[in-house]
Design a protein around this ligand. Structure first.
Ligand code: TXA
Ligand code: MG
Length: 349
């Protein structure tokens, strides 16, 4: 193993002496090394433009099982399969006209398509559903890795089940460092919030199952349909609406820090209310005050910047001794919709 030159760090985790992980830069040698690991059935934490993922060979049920073990994820929660080309996606799923349009418009990128699956996709990946979730990611290092493997990679977010998704290598090592051996370092995630998931398996009833990096407006424009008709409000998340499945990513409580979260409407000014010194106050846009229990998700009100900082903010405040975290919601536009979705779930008890 070319450890001396290519391994950026290798350490034993205090929680689990004897288990060590390696953080590798995306050099050609390291991509080759990790692609061999993946082809041999190992799991690897990988960077994507949305959040870090925990990848395994999607066509190898035993390898996928290791993802569920490491995350403590229930098997009823299916995985997203990541590909490096549309041709590879078509080996796994039956595309329809709308899927072609969306893939052409948004791939590579933060959009996951739910489509009828082909028989080569193992049941463990899809929780035995007859559909599969597919995404062609934009992060160059992850794409290179999938290309080098020549196999599709199943990858959920690289966090213990139910906790906040990771947007940096540090987040991955903090929460899964004692359970995994390999991490590909692709820097901080640019978007910082998971992909939009759209269910195209029934063309008469197209639904956004999870808001994310691509807005309903952008999708509506490409499909020439009213974005409101795609919205979750019209399609209650019930087992019948999700084909018998309540996906944990769609559950009321998810992405949850341990500290209690209290949400406030967009436009709330914390200046007059941030007086409990044991509470943290997170405004959407930087506010004038500020005492050292005040934080902000964006400098100037950009929803994009707020999305990229959201999970880092939740994780870092969760590691401090605040008894409660107050957060002002984002405006309900673009990726602000996804921010508010994650905040709502993080605040649910
Ligand atoms: O941005 C992302 O999507 C990240 C990166 C790593 O690609 N991945 C991610 O995966 O967020 P995960 O496993 O944390 O969330 C995937 C969601 C889950 O809620 C799962 O239930 C849902 O996708 N899902 C997967 N396959 C599905 C299917 N066939 N039908 C309905 N929902 C599905
Ligand atoms: Mg997740």
């Amino acid at each position: 193993m070319p450890e001396e030159n290519n391994t950026l760090s290798r350490q034993e985790t205090p929680a689990n002496p004897g288990v060590s992980f390696s953080v590798l830069s995306p050099s050609s040698e390291n991509i080759q090394l990790l692609s061999n690991c993946l082809r041999n059935g190992e799991i690897v934490a990988v960077p994507t433009e949305t959040v870090y993922g925990l990848a395994a060979n999607a066509l190898d049920p035993a390898a996928c099982e290791r993802i569920f073990e490491a995350k403590g994820r229930p098997h009823a929660d299916p995985l997203i399969v990541h590909v490096s080309s549309i041709e590879q996606a078509k080996d796994l799923a039956h595309f329809n006209e709308k899927a072609e349009l969306l893939a052409a418009a948004f791939w590579p990128g933060a959009l996951t398509l739910i489509l009828p699956k082909k028989s080569c996709v193992p049941d463990i990946v899809t929780a035995s559903l007859n559909t599969v979730a597919i995404r062609l990611p934009g992060h160059p290092a992850f794409r290179k890795l999938i290309e080098a493997c020549q196999i599709p990679l199943a990858a959920p977010s690289a966090n213990p089940f139910g906790y906040v998704s990771p947007t940096s290598v540090e987040h991955v090592t903090n929460s899964l460092g004692d359970r995994i051996h390999w991490i590909l370092d692709g820097g901080p995630c640019e978007i910082g919030i998971e992909s939009t998931i759209i269910d195209l398996s029934n063309q008469e009833n197209i639904r956004i199952l999870r808001p994310g990096g691509i807005s309903p407006e952008a999708i509506g424009e490409v499909l020439s349909i009213n974005p409101a008709s795609l919205s979750l409000d019209r399609h209650l998340i019930t087992p019948s609406a999700t084909g018998g499945l309540i996906a944990p990513g769609l559950l009321e409580r998810h992405y949850s820090p341990n500290t209690l979260i209290q949400l406030h409407p967009h436009g709330t000014c914390f200046a007059e209310h941030s007086n409990n010194p044991t509470h943290a106050y997170v405004s959407f846009k930087k506010q004038a005050t500020l005492s050292d229990n005040c934080f902000s998700l964006s400098d100037d009100g950009s929803t994009k910047q707020a999305a990229s900082r959201l999970f880092e903010m939740l994780r870092s405040l969760d590691h401090q001794p605040w008894s409660r975290i107050h957060i002002e919601k984002a405006p309900d536009t673009d990726i602000g919709i996804a921010i508010n979705d994650r905040l709502q779930r993080a605040a649910s008890r």
